[in-house]
Write a new protein. Structure first.
Length: 280
């Protein structure tokens, strides 16, 4: 079975029921995602190493994305599910024990739209900034300290600055801090759109408590390398509070929005409305 046949084999023999395109065929393995992730790791390492690491990261990311996208556009590269496995489980079933079949959806039926994740990330970013700036005012009498410390993730000279320098405004540092904060807020907010539907019973708990705890653990483990300046002055209770503020605000905004169908009964090309030429 070629990929076009697999894509179009969605009409069930029983009553014309439409099955998901992956019920009899699955995407072929591709090295694109892991190569892209490897390049992103180089991009992160470049913040504390040298420009050549950044250059290698950019090249690897571009190569990985080209390999990845060529495997899914304009048609996905699919391979047929082995007939013996399909006969054992059925197209919509999973093995739950000793040959037992349990029907379950292959994909979430609905997810939050990405626009709600973008807006939710911005709302969470504002809540986080309020907590962080409050810490700067209460503890050091300066709203600029937390803003300047954020730039330490990309500017090594911030780590060598004394407290007096960090407590005053620097326009260049301020612009970099705004960019970092907006980019991270939107990125995490976008992740919430797909993560929250996996825990539909308690979305606020998942977004407002579970994710901030995980993020705090990651920051604690890597802060000395990523941002030594922040590690020097950080107040962990206030930092954890800012993470909870982001998670609760972003999770609340995303979860309250209307969800959209994932259209799992359609192929990738149909979902993205790609022109397929003569293929119907």
């Amino acid at each position: 079975m070629n990929k076009n046949e697999a894509n179009h084999q969605s009409e069930s023999a029983s009553g014309g029921r439409i099955e998901t395109p992956y019920s009899r065929a699955i995407p072929e393995p591709t090295s694109g995602p892991i190569v892209t992730a490897f390049g992103v790791a180089f991009l992160g390492a470049s913040m504390v190493t040298d420009y050549w690491v950044l250059a290698v990261g950019i090249i690897v990311v571009i190569f990985g994305m080209v390999v990845w996208f060529r495997d899914i556009f304009p048609d996905e590269c699919l391979e047929e599910i082995p007939s013996e496995l399909l006969a054992k489980t059925g197209p919509n079933y999973a093995i739950a024990g000793e040959g037992e079949k349990v029907e379950r959806p292959l994909f979430p039926a609905e997810v939050h739209p990405y626009r709600s994740g973008v807006v939710g990330g911005l709302v969470g970013g504002v809540a986080m900034a309020i907590v962080a700036c409050t810490w700067g005012i209460v503890k050091h009498g300066s709203v600029w300290l937390p803003i300047n410390l954020l730039t330490g993730a990309v500017l090594p000279e911030v780590g060598d600055a004394d407290l007096a320098t960090l407590e005053v405004i620097h326009p260049g540092w301020f612009a970099i801090a705004i960019f970092i904060h907006l980019a991270m807020s939107v990125a995490v907010g976008s992740l919430y759109t797909t993560a929250l539907p996996m825990m539909p019973r308690r979305p606020i708990f998942a977004g407002g408590v579970l994710v901030p705890v995980i993020v705090t653990g990651l920051v604690w483990a890597t802060l000395g390398v990523v941002n030594p300046a922040l590690e020097k002055y950080i107040s962990w209770p206030w930092f954890i509070g800012s993470q909870f503020a982001f998670g609760i605000a972003c999770g609340w905004w995303v979860s309250r929005g209307e969800m959209v169908s994932t259209m799992t009964n359609k192929t990738l090309a149909q979902r993205l409305r790609i022109e397929r030429g003569g293929n119907k």
